[in-house]
Ligand binder design. Sequence first.
Ligand code: 7TS
Length: 404
Amino acid sequence: MNSTLLKEQFPILDQEINGHRLVYLDNAATSQKPRAVIEAVKRYYEWENSNVHRGVHTLGSRATDAYEGAREKVARFIGAADTAEIIFTRGTTSALNLVASAYGPSAVSAGDEIVITEMEHHSNLIPWQQLAIRTGATLKYIPMQPDGHIELADAEKTITPATKIVAMNYVSNVLGVVNPVKEIAAIAHRNGAVMVVDGAQSTPHMKINVQDLDCDFYALSGHKMCAPTGIGVLYGKKALLEAMEPIEFGGEMINDVGLYESTWKELPWKFEGGTPIIAGAVGLGAAIDFLESIGMDAIAAHEQQLANYAMDRLASIDGLTLYGPRNRKVGLVTFNLDDIHPHDVATVLDSYGVAVRAGHHCCQPLMRWLKASATARASFYLYNTEEDIDRLVDGLIQTKEYFG
Ligand code: 7TS
């Protein structure tokens, strides 16, 4: 894998910011888009655009084929057994909310337990908090080790026969830790609970097989994996999705509408009310083709190498605090520099053309756990190089000098 050559496929990276070549290290927030994806969306609008599942005209079938073709690609990409298990959503947030709203109330009642962790992104925390408040269920947290990883023994202790739902991110967007979701799914199942995996930060960076993980639900966002914004996926096991009622009613999700009662389409369309995100799905399909042409294992290996290089180089900076486990599997590092506010760090880095994110990263409970009000984060992707990390390190040294 040649990241320098790959970079050339991302037009946005070929620019200067504040007089310096752009180094984009905010991939956990959103990734950049390769020409292949931009072209696929353009071609869709120039050649195929129409509404889906309704027109008998030629464009109607082209758009439907493109949309349903993207669903097939997603199903294959994440190892789903059936395209009926792939529901297009706006992203991870709406996918997780769909599970909490459509599955939650039927599965959880007063006295039951929902188990999550303190490292969850707000999108995988608030929906369960709300479900607990509304149903009278208890929200429980699997304890984290001092470096942020989870021990299976703690999961065993926290998950009990009263647990109905276990929800967890596969990869933390702050700690960069890879959670043992397959093993925790097995613990959940032994206790009669379902396992919901937030795959926002895992799907872009490693090979995913939902059947191997044996999770019941899996959520992902297209925009973090080279696809456009506004498209995501909820995977759910067919039997669970079949038993769930839709939460959005309207066009396209119905079978028959009467004055007082209606019936729904079969899966997956009963959860896709209204005109869907057709161009987004087409872009996601193109992003999957692009990622597969490079190979998810190659991407994972490249990122692991970058992350460990970054951890080593950052550790050499005096006054820099690194968060999360030392040994990295995914390309993401979170830190603070002396007592300089991370927003100031990010602002000075931007003046050198280096884009990182600063803030609470939508993980306020985790920030409290880390005893930090905010952190800076550099997150890598397939087009990043060791030279990009050198630029980050140089920028941090300048930042230190700037703040004396
Ligand atoms: N879950 C995790 C673990 C995430 O990192 C994010 C977004 C989401 C869920 C929500 O995804 P969305 O596509 O629905 O917004 N994380 C970040 C981030 O770390 N910086 O910006 C967005």
